[in-house]
Design a protein around this ligand. Structure first.
Ligand SMILES: C[S@@+](CC[C@H](N)C(=O)[O-])C[C@H]1O[C@@H](n2cnc3c(N)ncnc32)[C@H](O)[C@@H]1O
Length: 310
């Protein structure tokens, strides 16, 4: 049978013409077509199959559902048949009712997409969102970072250093634990991060040349220093002029077990402590604020301090 004859035959049925009219505006699933037309599911599928066979209708799979729409890009005979069918379908007695039902189904589909967000409005930041994580935000924020030379003091195994190395010119991770240095360096090598260098040393006297880095980071490391003010002054020494220091630490707390559990030397710091030590070391543009509070007891709070070397 010629393709023209096949298309004419497919369009000779009034039910299939109804579908042509419905699939003109938007793509619809079988369930949605069923809701609009009140026809049985298998009947609808058979009709759609015949229309798709002649390329009058196209389909797209999404998960378990298939969506159908009229092939409005079709040219030649098929394109002409489709336009003729759309005009003819408007003369069918069911057309008016179908269009009203279609509007209702499409409006509900739009509402459904908004239902979740309306439900979580006001607590959206606290509920689970697929793919949304601080790690992902971290990667995004890194893209904004200029190509700096960074010293990560008390770097641990390099969680932050590795992230930074993906963007920065060079990262020097300073650690006093020999084992952690060996582990971190091996991990950096394995991950192909040639610009991440682990150095064993003390954060109060980092093995880094004076005036050589753009940024010093002390992430949850300052509370391990014997004399935190000395660590802040040492960071000032290795910074280039206009270089920045960023400190993430715990706000002063009373959870004494932190000494035993995490090897902490200081139970966090007051905002005024950090401000005072930064000022004393000669930093300018000092900003100290509390940026996070844990939901679980003992409700540790995180303090962020930043400042610039003159
Ligand atoms: C709580 S961890 C923080 C690790 C990393 N900065 C982070 O935010 O994931 C503290 C790290 O500082 C290191 N550390 C403690 N005292 C130090 C010191 N005096 N000099 C250098 N590193 C030190 C410890 O070995 C540990 O790896």
């Amino acid at each position: 049978m010629s393709s023209a004859l096949k298309s004419l035959r497919a369009l000779s049925d009034p039910t299939r013409l109804r579908m042509v009219a419905l699939l003109e505006r938007d793509e619809l699933s079988v369930n949605e077509l069923q809701e609009v037309t009140r026809l049985g599911q298998s009947r609808i599928s058979t009709h759609l199959g015949l229309l798709a066979d002649c390329a009058l209708v196209q389909s797209r799979r999404e998960g378990k559902r298939t969506f159908y729409k009229l092939n409005l890009q079709a040219t030649g005979d098929t394109g002409e048949f489709i336009q003729l069918a759309i005009r003819g379908a408007k003369e069918l007695p069911e057309h008016g009712g179908d269009q009203i039902n279609l509007k209702r189904v499409l409006a509900r589909r739009k509402e459904q997409a908004q239902v979740f967000f309306n439900q979580v409005a006001g607590r959206f930041d606290r509920v689970y969102g697929p793919g949304r994580s601080w790690q992902a935000f971290g990667h995004l924020l890194l893209r904004i970072l200029p190509p700096l030379v960074v010293a990560d003091l008390g770097a641990g195994e390099g969680l932050l250093s590795e992230l930074l190395a993906r963007r920065c010119n060079k990262v020097i991770a300073v650690e006093n634990s020999e084992k952690i240095v060996a582990f971190g360096a091996a991990k950096a090598r394995k991950n192909g991060l040639k610009n991440l260098e682990f150095r064993q040393g003390d954060l109060q006297n980092p093995p880094i040349e004076a005036s050589s880095v753009d940024l010093v980071i002390l992430s949850q490391a300052l509370h391990h220093a014997e004399i935190p003010a000395d660590a802040i002054a040492a960071a000032h020494k290795i910074l280039k002029p206009r270089g920045q220091i960023l400190i993430l630490d715990l706000l002063k707390h009373n959870f004494d077990k932190a000494r035993e559990l995490y090897g902490d030397r200081w139970l966090g710091f007051a905002e005024s402590d950090l401000h005072h030590w930064l000022e004393k070391a000669g930093y300018k543009k000092i900003e100290v604020s509390i940026v996070a509070r844990e939901e679980q007891p003992p409700h540790f709070q995180t303090i962020l301090a930043g400042a610039e070397k003159n």
